[in-house]
Ligand binder design. Sequence first.
Ligand code: 5GP
Length: 188
Amino acid sequence: MNQNNIIIITAPSGAGKTTIVHYLLQQYPEKLAFSISATTRQPREGETDGRDYYFLSEETFRQKIQQNEFVEWEMVYEGKYYGTLQSELERIRETGRIPVLDIDVKGALHIQRRFPGSSVSLFIEPPSVEELRKRLESRGTETPESLQARVNKASYELSFRNHFDHIIVNNNLATACREAEEIITGLF
Ligand code: 5GP
């Protein structure tokens, strides 16, 4: 795999994507680097600017859109922007590692289109929409309305599964991590 490559990991919300990304980064810190996205959402407890995200004001984010600084950006949730900065991909390439992007399905489709032949995409699929609903319910973070909205969004996102290079069905997190690892190590 050459340095122009990008690893994209995408999934409907609640499919276990972030856990898999963390696992891969932990296993291969010399080969892979997390692509830190920019966002206008507020930092959550324990999150650090420049490590988890680049937390930007809406004004700064919009300026960067105008100045073409993003390789992709999306309004992932109502009113909140998320995007991958060109400068971030360059920063990682300078370290000789491969950027790993944890992004939503639309953003992933954009990156694939923008870097045809030099990106590898993994779609993490929940076992079923019903199972996803149960996982989101057991997190206890959703109201009935926001839960339904996430389930609807997930069903829509699932319809894009065949646009990605690899599909990993997350029936079991440890197995899904190993499957992702096999795909990624095949690229080194
Ligand atoms: P959270 O707010 O929970 O950190 O992330 C919400 C969603 O935004 C997740 O699905 C995450 O993968 C996605 N996301 C994070 N960064 C980016 C980005 O740079 N671009 C896009 N399109 N989505 C992103």
